[in-house]
Design a protein around this ligand. Sequence first.
Ligand SMILES: *Cc1c(COP(=O)(O)O)cnc(C)c1O
Length: 379
Amino acid sequence: MGFATDAIHAGQRPDPSTGAVVVPIYQTSTYVQEQIGKHKGYEYARTQNPTREALEKNIATLERGSRGIAFASGMAAIHAVLLLLQKGDHVLVSQNVYGGTFRLFDRILRNFGLEFSFVNTSSVEAVYRGLQSHTRMIFLETPTNPLMILSDIQSMSQLCRPRSIKLVVDNTFMTPYLQRPLELGADIVVHSTTKFLNGHSDSVGGVVVARDEGDGAKIAFIQNAGGAILSPFDSWLVLRGTKTLALRMRQHEENAREIARLLKEHPKVRKVYYPGLPEHPQHDLAKKQMSGFGGVISFDVGSLEKANAVASGVKLCSLGESLGGVETLLSHPATMTHAIVPRGEREKLGITEGLLRISVGVEDVEDLIEDLDQALAHA
Ligand SMILES: *Cc1c(COP(=O)(O)O)cnc(C)c1O
């Protein structure tokens, strides 16, 4: 089936007892059993829930994986993936991953004997040099937030495969509509469904999709053991979100291309980071491994003062953390998503105080352009 068809139908069929077209919210903690040891496959709702199952199947299908496992947040999903490892294992991580991912790895999981190296995964050479005999996982975010640096998933998988290293890709920014890491050789995909997959800024959640059934079963075991499951209501919300994923992503992208063009030509903007611009250093890789460039753009206006002027000058766009919703959201990475990254480290990466990130929504683009234009006039 085509992507949009799967988005609407995969994992879902009319409710067997009533014919309800939409999968109900099975808000229950347990299920009656006919006799000891005889039940309908559902025993206790941490372990199995039909609403969550529908979502898990839906996203697994969209990512072309064998199994999806849904969690209470993107961070809970990433945490579960890291629990596949054992004390003493080494993980190579993209240098400027999401701040929360950095925090989990650097501040929590290091205490349990996992080792992390943060390297420039846009360079296959740098990754090759970073490999150690006990490297068991490579964790990529591509494109990275907020600087839109890409990593070549296929080349990474060629490094990983002969060494039995698991390749994990955080696909939150692109969604399976624009990038399917498992088809490029990755083993595991993670998402914050909070962003584009749900798409309506009204739920926090995460999902893991495994290519192989073995990994899928292990993650499901961890999900049940750790218990950080996605609630039935949130599962239902995300299911509603994925139905329009294809439509939304097309519009996010169309709007983003126009806004990137505006920003690029604007005298108040020093630099624009968007993989869809021909001058993006990895534009060719973007064209090769993604089927579009997404809805997130970062741009540098030169100083904290100017960034502040733009952020408080917008009227239609709102200022806030997060991304991927239908409404346009402006954020300031240095004080929001990347506040946990030490300042020196941040500046080195290029996450300056003048950097703003815009998650382009699906409003009429003329209105967005007018709003940004008038806000930039204040900078
Ligand atoms: C938001 C985000 C996360 C964390 O997800 P939560 O749902 O907020 O826990 C992880 N990775 C990326 C790329 C994100 O944008």
